[in-house]
Design a protein around this ligand. Structure first.
Ligand code: NAD
Ligand code: ZN
Length: 347
């Protein structure tokens, strides 16, 4: 191996990302070095590309971006046990501390010291990634590198969808982005009776209907109440998964819920937004915020479901060699794509 590698880096504090050369990372005793095969482009990477207000106050420059990946272990730190050279893997991109009360209780996903690869620390858009061995998730043979590269957002979908008991329930998902679509597939797989997904973008709804057995509703043209009546959802949805970050969608969800309904919020609103709390109080609705994935219970469940018939492969709509990364980012920015996967193996 040479001591240099190609990386996609936020090299300047302005719009764009740059394919450059960087030194090969040196791993510590508890780390592994992963040769990256495939990476997924996330909405977060688009914020970093655009260099919006959030990115400017969060992301140091220069920084190797990217946090959705699949690859293979090529070096092991001297303390690492239970992993082997050549092991195919993905991994948890949230680097947690071990000091907080939450971590010491084993609730790693609630650690307040969490730092993200590709956001706060050097990321996965690189030929090689240094990752704590603790964060590595081995991939079974039947899970491809393409799917391995989207386990991070699939994990967001799984964490949200499995927050409340779905079996036999009517589920409303607002936002048919890649995560909403994957959550719909998970909800069906887990045993929901009806899964209705809303969006304002018809391409996204068409993709949702292709990938999962769901009822797509374009809220700009269709009335959600009519669809509910057709499906004989007489009192309202039992479980809501908010995956748009849009205030209008959340209002619509609250109205469409049953008394005592449960809502999991993954979507991130751009700023403060007015909420009619009295509706939530009088409907006795439970709301749960979701951040990231449960470490590592979400990973366990999603790999088990993928091995047992969950198929989200249709959510990947575009694949590019990393040299064509600008086209990949353009596809994501168009708002019409599903997941976009970049291939690092042909460099
Ligand atoms: P995305 O932006 O691709 O999808 C959001 C979808 O919501 C779009 O298709 C958009 O057209 C749709 N939408 C907009 N207004 C709507 C409305 N009124 N009704 C219904 N749909 C509407 O996002 P994604 O990558 O699928 O991620 C989903 C959300 O989850 C985003 O808000 C993202 O920021 C957030 N997210 C949160 C976490 C977390 O840990 N909490 C992690 C990843 C992503
Ligand atoms: Zn992501």
């Amino acid at each position: 191996m040479t001591n240099e590698m190609k990386v996609l880096v936020k090299a300047h504090a302005r719009e764009g990302l740059w394919l450059q050369t960087a030194p090969m990372p040196e791993i510590g005793p508890d780390d592994v070095l992963i040769r990256i095969n495939k990476t997924g482009i996330c909405g977060t990477d688009i914020h970093i590309w655009n260099w919006d207000e959030w990115a400017q106050k969060t992301v140091p420059v220069p920084l190797i971006t990217g946090h959705e990946f699949a690859g293979e272990i090529v070096e092991l730190g001297r303390n690492v046990e239970g992993l082997a050279l050549g092991q195919r893997c993905s991994g948890e991109g949230h680097l947690i501390g071990k000091q907080s009360r939450q971590s010491r209780a084993g609730k790693f996903h609630l650690d307040p010291q969490t730092r993200g690869i590709g956001v706060n620390e050097q990321g996965a858009f690189a030929e090689c990634l240094c990752l704590p061995a603790f964060n590595v998730v081995p991939l079974p043979d039947e899970i491809s590198d393409d799917i391995g590269a989207i386990l991070d957002p699939l994990g967001n979908a799984v964490h949200t969808a499995l927050s409340f008991d779905l079996v036999g329930e009517d589920v409303l998902i607002t936002g048919a982005g890649p995560i909403g679509i994957m959550a719909a597939a998970v909800a069906r797989h887990a045993g929901a009776r009806n899964v209705v997904i809303t969006d304002i973008n018809q391409d996204r709804l068409d993709l949702a209907a292709k990938v999962a057995d769901v009822v797509p509703v374009n809220v700009t043209t269709d009335d959600l109440a009519d669809i509910q009546a057709q499906l004989q959802i007489t009192q309202g949805f039992d479980v809501g998964l908010e995956m748009s970050g849009n205030q209008i969608a959340l209002d619509q969800m609250v109205e469409a819920m049953v008394m005592g309904g449960r809502i999991a919020l993954l979507g991130i609103p751009p700023g403060k937004s007015p909420v009619d709390w009295s509706r939530i109080v009088f409907k006795a609705i439970t709301i749960k915020g979701i951040y990231g994935r449960e470490i590592f219970e979400t990973w366990y469940k999603m790999i088990a479901m993928l091995q047992n018939g969950l198929d989200v492969s249709g959510v990947i709509t575009h694949r590019f060699g990393v040299q064509d990364y600008a086209e990949g980012f353009a596809a994501m920015k168009s708002g019409h794509s599903g997941k976009v996967v970049l291939d690092w193996t042909a460099l």
